[in-house]
Write a protein that binds this ligand. Sequence first.
Ligand code: 86X
Length: 638
Amino acid sequence: MVKLMEKKIIDFLEKNEIGIKIIEHERIETCKEQAKKAKVSQNAIAKSLLFKTKDNKFILVVGPGDKSVNKKKLSKILDKDLELATANEVKDIADCNPGAVYPFGNLMNTKTYLDKSLLKSKKIYFSPGSHKKTIEISNEDYIDLVNPEIIEFEKKQKKKESTLGLNVTREENFSEWYTQVIQKSEMADYTQVSGCIVFRPYSYRIWEKVQEYVDKRLKEMGVKNAYFPLFIPEKLLVKEQDHVEGFSPEVAWVTHAGNSKLNEKLAVRPTSETIMYDSYKKWIRSYRDLPLRLNQWNNVVRWEFKYAVPFLRTREFLWHEGHTVFATKKEADQEVIDILNLYEDCFKELYAIPVIKGKKSNKEKFAGADYTTSVEIFLPNNKAIQGATSHALGQNFAKSFDIIFLDENSKKRYPWQNSWAITTRSIGIMIMMHGDDKGLVIPPRVAPIQVVIVPILFEKTKKQVLKKAEEIKELLDEFSVELDDREDYTPGWKFNEWELKGVPIRIEIGPRDLKKNQAVIVRRDTGEKIFVKIKDLKEQVRTISNKIHENLYNKAKKFMEKNQVTAETWEEFKQYARDRKMIKALHCGKEECEDWIKHKTTGVKTLNIPFDSPKNVKGKCIHCDKKAKYWINFAKSY
Ligand code: 86X
């Protein structure tokens, strides 16, 4: 039993690409003994206790090994009547002995509470359900993985603020901040299906704007939309071996209709190469049928076992997938870049996010492709993320799907294929990139509400002020404007709400402004107040919208540049990895070497080889000393 638990925990950490160190020692019973035998400091040990609430729910409480937990005090802090779980209950819930409870509530379906003082140490230590082992993990990885609610054993808890605002800062606990932002701003919500979220109207509208932009650009390029089935027969899915390899555990299958078993089970599409190329093979006969360039807007399902992060990593997500076929490699190569530029524009022009364009390493490229290009983004929690990809599939799929065309000389040839996608992950990237301690900050070009008008209403002047507010709304008809004329909320309350929802521009108008023929513009990104004559309002909203966009873009760019470093030695590299930098370094291009780097630095991976990185590659690989092939970026990443 113990062995099983231990394996489950280590597998879980590995699946999530968390780097750990395992310390083996003699059997220990207490944290004091553990500190001694594992040679770690006692206040860095995560002591985990399972508690039961009055209504029979279990919660996990994690604190430093040198602090005792007072049940009464804790009950008060959490406002729950707590009892320590019995040995049998611990077995049931955590599958281990009470003395060996591990700090991962997500592995026992319980919520995790973490005492803030444990975060003082960069590394924390815990028993993996065993008395003879201690595992080391960085506190950042731990928080990312578990998303605990942070509490303070010692101090009296602040009363939770009204449910409207956020009760954690972005700096304090990034993942909790993110969870609160997306829910309280009504962007998304969790559902009964683990790993699947609702895209509420406020986030779906953003997706629509991205769709409008991308769809228009694709049509201008000559790409047509189509729709292929959601279901893929097993035989088709496994046709291109490199493509499915490694992915098969993620495929969701339909096996039954009502009570009767299907003759052949059907995959819910994880991506549509196979179902589309089976049609392409029938449609492509001669060079006259090329290029064939189709795109579809759809959903896909990948049953991942990594912890889900709304928008960034969910089991079902929305995207568009383009699949194109060309007679020549040259045309295909050109399109890979054209599409990548489209994605860059999409991030830059809509989301106000700078990207790094480049080519993936062999390890990180799509296995079915000759080469993969990507746009990579560096987020404020010092993690990198892939924003979109554009693949050159070469002739790989053509060969396994028998896609053959007759060229001008009636010679049989395999065509050259590409595929590319941008997904609803981009919404999450935008939220993380620009949001602040008040909530969302949405760049104007994707904002569902671009301007909110908050009239300052007093009994005597209400009528005139509202009338003016209406006029302003009409004046600004080229923007999406919301007039918040609710009378049962104070202006202050409304300001908070619209700030939480990230509306880029707020216009305030009150009786005094009326007299002066002016209104007040307040920028969401800087909080700056600008007094504007009504007649100049339209022009000013245009100008300020653009300024907000520029400011958000520049801020993101500065942050990225501030965190971009170049490592000359392996020692330097390791230090930068600990500092969570984006590290440029020479690399040999070998997959095993990348594996080692990832292992030794607790999860640092390659992003891409930037197109503008120096071409004069002289020197040795940062890690293995073999001859270097290229300069490539490394970072912890999603
Ligand atoms: C890779 C490749 C590619 C079209 C794109 O990145 C752009 C749009 N597709 C997608 N990929 C898989 O091929 C895949 C396959 C299976 Cl069977 C799976 F279960 C999950 C997958 N995930 C990603």
